[in-house]
Design a protein around this ligand. Sequence first.
Ligand code: MN
Length: 228
Amino acid sequence: MSDFVLPPPAVPYLSVQGGGRFPVRRIYCVGRNYAEHAIEMGSDPTREPPFYFAKPADAVVIDGADMPYPAATKSLHHEMELVVAIGTGGTNIAQADALKHVWGWCCGLDMTRRDLQNEAKKTGRPWDMGKGFDHSAPMGLLVRAGGSFDGSKGKIELKVNGKVTQTSDLSKLIWSVPEVIANLSGLVRLEPGDLIMTGTPEGVAAVVKGDLLEGMVEGVGEVRTRIV
Ligand code: MN
């Protein structure tokens, strides 16, 4: 019999292609990982060490479900990203071993209250309320690692209402997936169930209620959500 004084919350999860559920432990996100996006955000695109922010695990929106337009913003932006799902934990993981820690891959959207994020940047405050809000991480089906896809190349694209707004290639990641896993595992112990959102290419823009977002990564699959 449980001695929890409240019912423990449900475990957030991703649906796995072919069946099963992947339990989500934490969601880490890489900032400014494509040069053209750094430039459009008014930042220096040179190769500074990667930096991270996080979203709550229960920010995931799965299986094509709708995303409610969030409170407190007039500028909800899409950021289409490749997501890495960690299956084996570790600290100070070597780059050469990094992909052995990957359970799978999926397509995700790092939805951003850009006005709150910009205000936080201006005042030197945390990004949490710009990035880590409810329903801020729509995700597609998780695809098991082990095929030919290794995150090093492949088209990444987002369409809003059928029109392409973001298009790039994973080869343009400033910090590759093995480099991110190696670096992040030097800051925190990565654990099974952790997700890493690897950053977005250029073309981020505001969306409104009714918009349909359809993203894809070549070799992984798709993510789809409607803003309601
Ligand atoms: Mn992002």
